[in-house]
Each structure stands twice: as structure tokens, then as C-alpha cells.
Design a binder for this molecule. Sequence first.
Ligand SMILES: [Zn+2]
Length: 297
Amino acid sequence: MANLGPAFEIGDVSVTKVEEQLLRTVPPSFLYPGLTSEEFAIAQATLAASDVEPPRDALILSVHTWVVKTPRHLILIDTASGNDKERPTNPLFHRQNLPYLEQLRQAGVSPEAVDFVFNTHLHVDHSGWNTRLSNGKWVPTFPNARYVFPMAERDYYSSPASHNEANLPSLGVYEDSVLPVVEAGLADFIGPEGGKYLDVFEFIPTPGHSIGHMSIALDSGGASAIFAGDVMHTVLQVARPEQNTVYCEFADEARKSRQKILSRAAATRALYLSTHFPGSSAGFVTSDAGGFTWRYA
Ligand SMILES: [Zn+2]
């Protein structure tokens, strides 16, 4: 059960993390090209022991799914990176064989029981388990689910406009992890304005990391949470929100979206549910004259 996180209760909705894998040796100079080693040394003070690999010179990233159970629906938010995918331009996720579906079962989730799959965006580590390989064909892993994607992500990654250097890490993802779901008639799209969904959710446009990236707010019983997607990759960005990662495709927009979500999380005291922070991957943001501060839940 080591790969299951604690359950968080948001009103009458429960949220549990199912981890696909931990990336343990991410060099800060690679992830944050705009951060000097001196700045990183200072920023380390804002990190928890679970955020760094000893001797505190590499960052740890988690790749996981949030399992959300409302009184009426079973929902998965982001689907990690998947098995058997051909990712020659991204060796980290190339031809994997990971026990993700077993981990989901340990969390009480059978693929057939999933009602909705939300992808915050269509990058390699967020859409992979949308499909699985069956008799040489990519088929939807969750055959009874509606898959919900930002429309701008579908439009971009299905077009030649995305065939560029910035999208090399996610090359092939649309074709093997999104298109089969669309062709099966299981996809629904969220327009550029975002908006309410299933009573308790709200899709919030947070473009920048990717062209149509969206965060997803959850409000239930007077409590709030926010599935922020890749607005931030590590805790370091809470105190240094101007820092983009090497994976942020549209730099200025990414900074604006990070500020927007940090401000909203602090103002609403929402539980912030990250897609890449390790540890519990969840926590709270507070704000004062000195900037934003993070506390793990
Ligand atoms: Zn990601």
C-alpha cells in the first residue's frame, strides 16, 4: 500500500493519491534553467525532506493520479504516463511496465467503475493511462468513463502547430493516448472559458505550462480544494513563482497562471493538490508581504 497517499475529505468528497512512480534524481539546474545554483541553495530552505534526494542536491518529482469519490461519481484526475508507450524522444517514459492498475485496485478502483477521467493537460505524464495496449491496439483503459479534456489542448496537440522542439517530451501522446479515446466516442471538451462541471467542480483556465492547461477547483460542504495540474512542479516555486520549468511551453502565461492559482489558493484556504510534489502532494498556501509560503498537509 506504499503507493497510496492519505485520504483527504473535502465536504462529502474523498480524494486519494495513487502514485505511478517517483522521479528521484531531477537536477534543479535542469528543471529550472532560470535559477542559479546560489539561488537554489537559498531556495532549499523552503523545501521539505521529502522534496529532495540526499545529499539535497536533486529534486524528487511524483507522477500520480488523484482518485476522487463524490457521492455520485468516481473520477480520476490525470492519468500519469502509461505502459508500453513508444517515447523515443523521452527515455524516462519509454516502454514502461509499471503496476499502476494494481495500485488503482488497491485504492478500490476497477477500471470499469470509473465514471470520469479529467486531464488537466495532454502532456506525457498526465494522459498515459487514458489508454492501454490490447492486441496491438490502443484502447481506452476506462471503458465506461467520459474523458474530459481542455479543447485548446486537443486542438493544439492534434495539429502540426505542436510539432516543435518544446513538445518533444510529449511527442506521440496525442496519437496513442488521446485520439483512441476520441475515436471511441468517449471524449468531452471544455471550452476556453472553463466553467462548472458535475456540480462540485470548476475548470479554471491556467494556460502557459501548456497551451490550454486547466486547473480544477472542487467545492463541497463549504470546503475547497484545487487540483492545480502543472502550475508548479515543486514546492520551490511557491516562494519563487517567477521560475518556470524547462517543460513550461509558454513562459509569460505560465508565470501569470502560477500567480493566479497561488493567490486563489491562499485567499480561499483551499487544499492545494499538486500533480508533482512528492510526500503527501497536498498542502496549503499562505500569503503575506514576503510572498507565498507552503505547508504540507
Ligand atoms: Zn507534468
